[in-house]
Design a protein around this ligand. Structure first.
Ligand code: GLP
Length: 260
C-alpha cells in the first residue's frame, strides 16, 4: 500500500485527477469507479478542469457507481445515481449511456445486486476505483463487520453513518436505512484502488485502516490485501499515522514517472 501525504484536499484532488488522466491516456475507454460524499469533490473538479483544458480526452471514459441508497424514488436528487450524474458524468460531457450503477429502486434488490456485479465483469472490470472512508472505517457502504469477501449486496447503515449523511437530507429521518454497496470482494477486483481522506475526523479511521490489523471491523483495512492500493491523505487525516515520516520520505524520493 502506498500512502501519500498531501498539504490539503486540493493537492490530493490534483494528484488523483492526474492519475485518472494518465490512465485515460493509456486506455481511453477505462472504467472509472467513483465515490460519493464530500471528500472526492476536489478530484472531480480537478479532473473536469483537465478535460476542459484539453489536457486529457475523457470522451470515451466509462463511469461506474460504488453504492446506492435503497428505496429513494427514481430521480431523487440525493440518490447516488443522481449525485454521480450531476457531479461526474455531466461535467465531463458524458452521456448516461457511459454510466452504470446498481438499481436502488428495483423490486428485487437481491437480483439487482447480482446483476450489477455481472455488469461490472461484462464491462471488463473497474480500472481505477476511487474510495472515501467513513468515520467508522467503512468503504462504499460496507459497514464494520462486512465480510472481506463480500459481493454487491444490501446492507443496513449504522446510526453513525446515517448521522454523518443526514446533512444531505432535510432530516436524519429521511436517510434510508438500507443501501446497495459493491462488496469488499467486488471492490478488491478493481485494478487500482485510490482512497482519499481529508480532515481530522478521518484520522483514527485512516490509522486503523493503514496501520491496524486486517479486520472486518475496519472494512478499509481490506486495502492491505490489494496489490495496487494508494491512500492519499491530508495532514489532518494523517495525524494519527505512526509511519507518517516514512510515507513522506518515500513519496519525496519517488521518481516522477512512476505516478501513483
Ligand atoms: C458515504 C459513502 C462513502 C463515502 C463516505 C464518506 O457513506 N457511501 O462512499 O466514502 O460517505 O463521505 P465523506 O467523504 O463525505 O466524508
Amino acid at each position: 500500500m502506498e500512502v501519500v501525504i498531501v498539504p490539503d484536499s486540493a493537492a490530493g484532488g490534483e494528484l488523483i485527477a492526474e492519475a485518472m488522466a494518465n490512465l485515460l491516456r493509456r486506455k481511453p475507454d477505462a472504467l472509472l469507479g467513483v465515490a460519493t460524499g464530500s471528500t472526492p469533490l476536489p478530484i472531480y473538479e480537478a479532473f473536469a478542469a483537465k478535460v476542459r483544458a484539453a489536457a486529457v480526452d475523457a470522451s470515451q471514459a466509462r463511469i461506474c457507481q460504488l453504492d446506492e441508497y435503497v428505496g429513494l424514488p427514481s430521480g431523487h436528487p440525493e440518490s447516488y445515481r443522481s449525485v454521480v450524474l450531476r457531479e461526474v458524468v455531466e461535467p465531463l460531457g458524458l452521456s448516461e449511456s457511459s454510466f452504470i450503477g446498481p438499481d436502488g429502486t428495483a423490486d428485487d434488490i437481491a437480483a439487482a445486486c447480482e446483476e450489477y456485479d455481472q455488469a461490472l465483469v461484462a464491462a471488463g472490470g473497474v480500472d481505477l476505483q476511487l474510495l472515501g472512508i467513513g468515520t467508522d472505517g467503512h468503504i462504499g457502504f460496507n459497514e464494520p463487520c462486512s465480510s472481506l469477501a463480500s459481493r454487491t449486496r444490501i446492507k443496513t447503515l449504522t446510526q453513525q453513518t446515517r448521522k454523518d449523511n443526514a446533512r444531505f437530507f432535510d432530516s436524519i429521518d429521511d436517510v434510508p436505512h438500507h443501501v446497495i454497496t459493491q462488496g469488499i470482494g467486488t471492490i478488491l477486483e478493481a485494478r487500482h484502488l485510490v482512497l482519499l481522506a481529508t480532515g481530522e475526523a478521518k484520522a483514527d479511521a485512516v490509522a486503523l485502516a493503514v496501520e491496524g490489523p486486517l479486520s472486518a471491523l475496519v472494512p478499509a483495512s481490506a486495502l492491505q490485501l490489494h496489490p495496487h492500493a494508494t491512500v492519499v491523505v491530508d495532514e489532518a487525516a494523517a495525524s494519527q499515522l505512526k509511519l507518517a515520516d516514512y510515507f513522506r520520505a518515500t513519496f519525496a524520493a519517488k521518481p516522477e514517472w512512476q505516478g501513483i
